[in-house]
Design a protein around this ligand. Structure first.
Ligand code: NIG
Ligand code: FE
Length: 426
């Protein structure tokens, strides 16, 4: 569904202009227009400028008109790292962590990801669809118009494919665009306990080719971590994925400094994610190779770990993006405003950099900076209207959404003050 829409009189039109990731100091360039207007035709942005400058075009018949006086207007937010389709919950494990058990200790004692695997294997497609839909609705209320979702709670052929099919169906039926990532190597399942190499062989030979053939995922990812999958195993799996046409991502250097950032650069991955313990060399390699650093401060917060050093990465010339990592274990939250607040309060990111990190650079982390992530003619009409006059209110209203309206392909799909709030039709 696409629409014809005019937005005018925006106190701040935060364009985030660009068609590729912004690195280093360029991340602070937001290209803001005061008293701005946007025209969207058939779901695509066709004109952007000052309201007075576009005035003759703002009175056309056949267009919805939104007066954004006193409000900031931004590109729809992109959440480029989530695990939002899963069965069951792990509140008991969270409770254990509050009493001092570590995430890895829980995993090593038979809990963690494999718990969610059991519940996801047991869930039907329609149950997963309904759970996923409710989570996408929640994300939409935070302004998310494109989200990445990973498999990885199946670890067998049937359930990995089930998760990806559910995401494909959500992409078709929900206004939010869902970009799919195959994360078959998320953990070693019980059937392969103590045999991670055999499990990698199984994923490479049995599951990955089917996912590729059916185009069920654009990206392939792996949890490269001590006691999960080594750098060597990750290189083997991702190299194979590359030959099958997948673009690459890595869960890298989250808990131990293993060399995931270096591997991401070596393989030309689109992004390396987490990076709490990335080495200086790994960061330099990523900057040189143009690998986007997808930073997940909600996870560091929830795990009580030190945050990734966003300031250092940006100063070294990296392009950084921000994401929720929404998942049932390490960060059960879809709140982008919380992520924004953590990034600016604890990771040394400037608010302007954080805006770029959840728009243009997040789009680039999904290989879509040519289509979304900024308010530029030719891009999708995906827009967020805040209830305040400036993006500066996003971290200031801590953890609370400042989003009043969300537009997808030129259609209003969420209105905080509307009767139904979610105003899209399935
Ligand atoms: O990104 N680190 C690995 N994967 C997820 C956690 C998944 C889980 O605990 O269920 C993450 O943090
Ligand atoms: Fe993750």
């Amino acid at each position: 569904m696409t629409g014809n829409l005019i937005i005018k009189n925006a106190a701040e039109l935060v364009r985030c202009s660009g068609f590729k990731a912004k690195c280093g100091s360029a991340m602070s360039e937001l290209n803001i227009i005061a008293d701005g207007a946007v025209i969207i035709e058939n779901g695509v942005i066709t004109a952007v400028g000052e309201t007075s400058e576009l005035a003759p075009k703002l009175e056309q018949p056949g267009f919805e008109v939104i007066d954004a006086s006193g409000k900031a207007v931004l590109p729809g937010f992109v959440d480029p790292h989530t695990h939002f389709v899963f069965g069951g919950y792990r509140a008991e494990e969270f409770y254990r962590r509050l009493r001092g058990d570590s995430y890895m200790a829980i995993m090593e004692s038979g809990g963690g990801i494999v718990n969610t695997v059991a519940a996801t294997r047991a869930a039907s497609e329609s149950e997963l669809f309904e759970l996923g839909k409710a989570r996408l609705d929640s994300m939409l209320s935070f302004g998310v118009t494109t989200v990445e979702g990973k498999s990885g709670y199946g670890l067998d052929e049937h359930t990995e494919i089930k998760q990806l099919e559910v995401m494909a169906e959500l992409d078709r039926r929900h206004p939010t665009d869902v970009v799919r990532t195959f994360l078959g190597a998320h953990a070693v399942p019980k059937e392969y306990k103590g045999k991670p190499d055999d499990f990698i062989d199984f994923i490479i030979s049995q599951v990955m080719p089917k996912v590729a053939e059916r185009r069920l995922a654009q990206f392939c990812d792996i949890f490269c971590e001590k006691n999960v999958f080594s750098v060597e195993q990750s290189r083997r799996l991702l190299s194979k994925a590359k030959t099958l046409g997948f673009r690459l991502k890595l869960h890298a250097d989250e808990i131990v400094s293993l060399g995931g950032a270096e591997l991401a650069a070596e393989l030309g991955a689109v992004s390396a994610d987490h990076l709490l313990r990335a080495s200086e060399k790994g960061i330099a390699d990523m900057a040189k190779a143009g690998v986007i650093a997808v930073l997940l401060p909600g996870t560091a917060f929830s795990l009580k770990e030190n945050y990734a050093d966003a300031r250092y990465m940006i100063d070294q010339g990296c392009a950084a993006a921000l994401a929720t990592d929404m998942n049932p274990g390490t960060c059960f939250s879809e709140s982008l405003p919380l992520i924004f607040a953590l990034a600016t309060l604890y990771m040394g990111m400037r608010p302007e950099e954080a805006v770029t990190a959840m728009t243009l650079n997040a789009a680039a982390a999904l290989d879509r900076a040519d289509r979304i992530g900024s308010i530029d003619p030719g891009k999708k009409g995906d827009i967020v209207i805040l209830e305040f006059p400036s993006y500066k209110y996003i971290p200031y209203h801590i953890g609370i959404s400042t989003v009043e309206k969300v537009i997808k392909n030129g259609k209003l799909v969420f209105d905080k003050h509307g009767a139904g709030k979610q105003c899209y039709q399935n």
